[in-house]
Design a protein around this ligand. Structure first.
Ligand code: UT7
Length: 329
């Protein structure tokens, strides 16, 4: 087993107060139904940011709660690693806005772009900085304002996503607890199954882009679904191998919350019964890279993650990217 050197000290989350239910889509002229959305995805409602609520404001709020619970002062944070697919601006990073909001005057800050797998990529990056001695205390945040990048006229995507942020303080540990294994993979050949075609440096934003709405998320849902099941199962296997554990050693599985059917298939593959799986996709929808840290924070709050718990985290997202991690608390 890999020697744990980075441990989760505390977590936090922040989501907009505004709740949008499946029934609310009728009021914006979307031809859908609660039954369709719930049966296909398990989603009942999601949070949607109001004007002025940003990726940085939600991320900073989640980070502040995690720091307070960890008893860490802003000036003690060495690095802020923010996972986001919904940066507030293209330059500079949203992480530096969070650094400024928190007053983390000694912290390096940067964004990681790995879509829904991004928080696990960020955790693995932060762990590496801690292991190498570059940092002792890291704030690892996933924050997403998906409502800003979905096409609100495309029923095949707009019903699936939501906004929110989750965070944790990760610190060097000598207790034997912490990250036991981590795994990351990607396959960029499949990028166009889930992407925003334009609006970047290749085809900068223009009236034509706006007209075509090609700056917004496009997804081949059924294809993505198949890859998600396969890749999340592989990621779970690799995390278990890395920690020399089996599914029966896992006290709680916290998968990326995109679709309850993907979650069930991943759990089944690893031989983990659904009573050991954390699900909150019904209340948040898919918050991309914020989904796992939000779920982890709720699981801790509900007492489902306790001292000594062994927790497996598994994610899949655009890229494609997929990743996993086992943490002992
Ligand atoms: O975050 C990581 C990446 N994302 C994911 O992991 C999401 C992966 N994909 C999925 O979760 C599922 O594929 C969806 C929930 C997106 C869709 O479920 P599905 O069972 O794969 O449905 P489908 O896309 O095959 O669509 C079936 C039908 C289509 O109609 P026809 O062509 O069969 O007549 C769609 O037009 O459902 C129709 N449809 C809708 N109907 C009502 C699509 N969206 C809607 C909607 N309401 N919102």
């Amino acid at each position: 087993m890999k020697r744990p050197v980075a441990a989760v000290v505390a977590t936090g989350r922040s989501a907009p107060d505004t709740v949008m239910t499946n029934h609310d889509f009728a009021s914006i002229g979307i031809e859908t139904s609660h039954e369709w959305i719930f049966e296909r995805s398990g989603i009942v409602e999601r949070r949607v940011a109001k004007k002025g609520e940003t990726t940085a404001s939600m991320g900073a709020a989640a980070g502040r709660i995690a720091m307070e619970r960890a008893g860490v002062q802003p000036g003690e944070v060495d690095v802020i690693v923010l996972s986001t697919a919904t940066a507030d601006r293209l330059l500079p990073s949203t992480a530096v806005d969070i650094q400024a909001k928190l007053g983390a005057t000694r912290a390096a800050a940067f964004d990681i772009s790995a879509a829904c797998s991004g928080w696990l990529y960020s955790m693995t990056t932060a762990e590496g900085l801690i292991m190498s001695g570059v940092a002792e205390t890291a704030l690892v945040i996933g924050s997403e304002k998906m409502s800003a990048i979905v096409d609100w006229t495309d029923r095949s995507t707009c019903v699936l996503f939501g906004d929110g942020a989750g965070a944790c303080v990760l610190k060097r540990s000598k207790t034997g607890k912490g990250i036991l294994s981590a795994f990351m993979r990607s396959d960029g050949k499949l990028a166009e199954l889930l992407y925003r075609p334009d609006g970047g440096a290749t085809t900068p934003f223009s009236a034509e882009v706006l007209e075509k709405k090609s700056h917004l998320v496009r997804m081949a849902g059924r294809e993505v679904f198949k890859h998600a099941v396969r890749s999340m199962s592989e990621a779970a296997d690799r995390a278990l191998d890395g920690a020399k554990l089996t599914g029966s050693d896992i006290d709680l599985l916290i998968p990326h919350q995109a679709n309850v059917r993907i979650i069930e298939a991943t759990a089944k593959h690893s031989g983990i019964s659904m009573d050991k799986v954390f699900v909150n996709v019904d209340r948040y929808g898919n918050t991309s890279s914020a989904s796992i840290p939000i779920a982890l924070d709720e699981a801790i709050e509900q007492g489902r993650v306790k001292e000594g718990s062994t927790v497996m985290l598994v994610a899949f997202g655009a890229g494609f990217t997929w990743a996993s991690m086992i943490i002992r608390f």
